[in-house]
Write a new protein. Structure first.
Length: 201
């Protein structure tokens, strides 16, 4: 806490997220100005502990560090924030931009709530994957490897959700996209199996 050069102001500040946050009051105007400022800065600390990339143990840092190893749990608030980030990405880059598909797929990689059945989780996951497939198909083409892998994942998700009709529809799209590849010797080989989509226990 420090007094401003102007004796009519009270400034309470704290460092967080590689920035300085300050609360400024008119001196003497609010009886509990210091307490209110400290409470506000405590909220900044809480936000930093959750989503700052400058703290190794924040939720966001842990997610970035471990996402490649499998599903990682996040709080409802953090998930809502990531959903908002996807919405902002969609508005700024355009609904059909490949980066929008990346953001949607990353959101789909987050695990469902604790205790959620695999079928219920897949029903939440599949519409996100369907949206990402549509974007990748329009932007990259139906035969692009990223589009094909994502369509396989979509088929798995619909099957886990118990929707065989939609799973079969996704697989029919794959059948149209994946002719057997010829090797240099003229033999045909099947496309390699993709990794399966993770499901909650």
């Amino acid at each position: 806490m420090a007094a401003d050069a102007d004796i009519h102001s009270l400034v309470v500040g704290r460092e967080a997220m590689a920035c300085r946050f300050e609360i400024v009051f008119n001196a003497g105007e609010h009886p509990q100005d210091t307490e209110a400022a400290l409470a506000a800065l405590d909220l900044v600390d809480e936000v930093e502990s959750r989503i700052s990339i400058y703290r190794d143990m924040s939720e966001l840092s842990r997610l970035n560090a471990t996402a490649a190893t499998g599903w990682q749990p996040v709080s409802a608030d953090t998930f809502a924030l990531l959903e908002k980030a996807v919405a902002i990405r969609t508005r700024s880059g355009g609904a059909g931009h490949p980066r929008t598909a990346d953001a949607i797929e990353q959101l789909a990689d987050l695990p469902p709530g604790e205790g959620t059945e695999p079928a219920a989780a897949a029903r939440q996951l599949a519409p996100l994957l369907e949206q990402a497939v549509q974007i990748r198909t329009a932007a990259l083409g139906s035969n692009n490897p990223q589009t094909i892998l994502l369509t396989r994942r979509l088929a798995d998700a619909w099957r886990t959700a118990g929707d065989e009709e939609r799973a079969a529809a996704a697989e029919r799209q794959l059948a149209d996209r994946e002719p057997a590849a010829e090797t240099s010797a003229g033999h045909k080989t099947a496309a390699p199996e993709p990794p399966r989509a993770a499901t909650a226990d």
